[in-house]
Write a protein that binds this ligand. Structure first.
Ligand SMILES: [Fe+2]
Ligand SMILES: [Fe+2]
Length: 277
């Protein structure tokens, strides 16, 4: 049987955002302070979540002999992309926040990556693929919101980074679908209960364990309460197991009542980031 060919975008980071790139003078001054400060908070999480692909990749590759060649190839391409995202967001964080690369290296080295709390979803190749479905579709929607709320204010190049992230996370979702359809079609009926269990685990953990999966636990307040439910329906629709949900577009357009911008910190932590209409 032929090997599944995962899709991969070909954008070059040095073309989109070279290391010596500078924002046009006055760019940051022209952006409302609440947008800028929220973007820095957001980047302070997203930079490292992309970097957390490293411990997950290392863990998966440690079990490589269990997996199909299609899955391993998909993971290798996925890892290349996520590391590109990590470097891309480091450049954005440096550019808009003035954070040094050395400081980011130290912050990343100090992270504690826990696999143990999420081992339940890493049982076998199929459950890992379903975890990818959940994570990559969530990231696609989340970055789409971010482009619209933040990236677009910082000029064409920074906006392109955001848009490329949206595109790549969508490709990662589709690649996981492809491997499931090719190698695990007899288990597609398990997807609904597995997705519900993943959402439940995210809720039970209530924190992000810094191993890439379930990173949306750290920003649930940015989305409507039915986010996971609609997300699951979008995924199930891809397999013909549900209707495409009417509320899908609302996931990234949603704002809490009375607010003009979705804050990047939970209400109890940072009221100063709240800006009312
Ligand atoms: Fe990514
Ligand atoms: Fe991804």
């Amino acid at each position: 049987m032929s090997v599944f060919e995962p899709r991969q975008s070909s954008w070059n980071l040095d073309d989109v955002l070279p290391l010596d790139y500078h924002l046009s003078p006055g760019t940051i001054e022209s952006i409302p302070e609440y947008i800028h400060s929220n973007f820095l908070t957001l980047l302070g999480r997203d930079v490292y979540s992309e970097g957390d692909s490293q411990p997950l990749f290392d863990y998966i590759m440690g079990r490589k002999r269990e997996f199909t060649p299609d899955f391993v190839l998909m993971i290798e391409k996925w890892f290349e992309d996520e590391q590109k995202h990590y470097e891309a967001l480091r450049r954005v964080y440096h550019l808009v926040g003035g954070v040094s690369y050395e400081k980011m290296d130290i912050a990343f080295a100090q992270r504690i990556h826990e696999i143990e709390p999420i081992t339940e979803i890493l049982k076998d190749e199929f459950t890992i693929l379903v975890a990818f479905l959940f994570d990559e579709m969530g990231s696609t929607i989340s970055y789409r919101r971010d482009v619209w709320e933040y990236y677009q204010h910082y000029g064409t190049q920074v906006r392109r980074i955001g848009k490329n992230l949206v595109m790549d996370e969508g490709i990662h979702f589709n690649n996981a679908v492809g491997v499931i359809e090719k190698n695990h079609s007899h288990r597609i009926k398990e997807i609904p209960s597995l997705l519900n269990r993943i959402a439940q685990l995210e809720y039970e953990l209530g924190r992000y364990c810094k191993t890439f999966f379930l990173d949306h636990a750290q920003e649930q307040f940015r989305f409507p309460a039915n986010f996971n439910q609609v997300l699951i329906e979008i995924i199930l629709a891809r397999f013909g197991l549900a209707q495409y949900p009417l509320g899908a577009n609302n996931l990234w357009r949603w704002k809490p009542d009375g607010l003009s911008l979705v804050p990047t910190t939970p209400p109890t932590e940072g009221k100063r980031h709240y800006f009312f209409n």
